[in-house]
Design a protein around this ligand. Sequence first.
Ligand code: SAH
Ligand code: SF4
Ligand code: F3S
Length: 489
Amino acid sequence: MTDRIVSVPDTEPERQMYFVGECKKLLEENGAFEGGKAPTYHISTFGCQMNFRDSEKFAGVLESIGYKPVLSEKADFVLYNTCTVRENASTRVYGRIGYVGKVKKESNPSMIIGICGCMMQEPDEVEKMKKSYSFIDIIFGTHNSYKIAELLYNLLVNRKTKAVKPSFKTRVVEVLKEPCGIVEDLPVKYDSTFRAGLNIMYGCDKFCTFCIVPYVRGRERSRRSCDIIKEAEHLASRGVKEIMLLGQNVNSYGKGLDEDITFAKLVDKLADIKGIERIRFMTPHPKDLSEDLIEVMAHRNNVCKHIHLPLQSGSSKILKRMNRHYTKEEYLSLVKKIRDILPEAAITTDIIVGFPGETEEDFLETLEVCENVCYDSAFTFIYSKRTGTPAASFDDQIPEDVIKDRFDRLLKVVADCSAKKASRLLGTDCKVLVESEETKDGATELTGRLDNNLLVHFKGDKDLIGKMINVHIEECRDFYYIGKMIQSV
Ligand code: SAH
Ligand code: SF4
Ligand code: F3S
């Protein structure tokens, strides 16, 4: 035991790789690999692409330890990577935990249940988990998520030394208030061989008054451009064709770094990498979206002509209360600038209905902006009160029936615009990245993604998955197309 402690590295990622080895030894001692078996894991991910990317990292570490993935929650290690951006995201997590607790009790008492992610950065949620769910073994937050191997090791040691039966007495809880640096170079298990998310920054400093993200993901931290480029080159060498640059507010990329870099410059550099045929990014904030970025998008063929530009509300009064730092007019003039330089670009958005104080007139302004911009698609959300955010204590919350009525009206406007926009591509030939297959009436149907992020279904051979193909767009069905393959590109 003393030897082990003396040799624990105190730098990362070496320290976590050390714990990967130690976990493996402990599992071996427990007979987890006997007779050619392997312990199994299942990760259930909620929320945004940031969380899905984190889950790929958890999977990479668990597989290095020797765990094998299974599709169901009947696994030896089940991890819930949670989201708390809206109330229904949290409710779904509680549903799953209730279920997995039963599975553990009835069929696998030594199962390890872990819970991590944004919900676990909320002290009240952690307390609730600790108090009401005694079967949960590991709790950690977003700031120390790279430590999964070390936390698992601590649990395995606790189980070995502290108690005969696994119980809350052996539980490991580690939630940090602040992020402790960016840890790179841990193993990753990529979900796809041809598409990948790439974190360029973490956290958010915007503090929109409705949003919990800055509280659960911490302050903005950008990765050094050389690390991002190295990772993108590595992805390209593995055959990845499409990368999605991830950050809560990608336009702020570079702030605080001691290098001469902006988001536009970063995208331009990444576009030089051979083999990267498509670059996407998520999410730019309308306030900081630079003309340089639009120019880079216009001049680089491999940067997708798609901008997700969250509006949230079309009323300048509400935008001010939301702390969004732009007015309706500024937003519309940004859209005009994009359309002038990049007329073919798809523009999509996020809209919140029923923010405190939203009057019928404010809502009509939102509808007006939607009609004016005519979004290719829009994610529409009912305002959800998040404890700890400024808007939660605004006293002019909107009644549910009023919100429901506005939401339905908004959906109609948004759907009409999407249909109008989608019909633009009818009869044209488009490049798609083939993503998946499905067998329908004995024939293989492929699904490919267009530059504008919409999907197209067409007949073809499954060997084309992961390749770029030209497809003739024949039919438009609201949110997707039916097409015919022309040739491989
Ligand atoms: N960083 C991104 C958004 C991340 S959250 C941006 O600023 O655009 C994704 C979306 O969830 C937001 O754009 C917003 O529309 C929605 N959202 C966030 N908090 C919400 C809340 N409390 N209620 C309803 N929707 C919310
Ligand atoms: Fe939330 Fe606003 Fe930050 Fe987006 S920019 S993550 S909406 S605080
Ligand atoms: Fe949800 Fe966290 Fe993303 S709160 S939306 S998973 S950053």
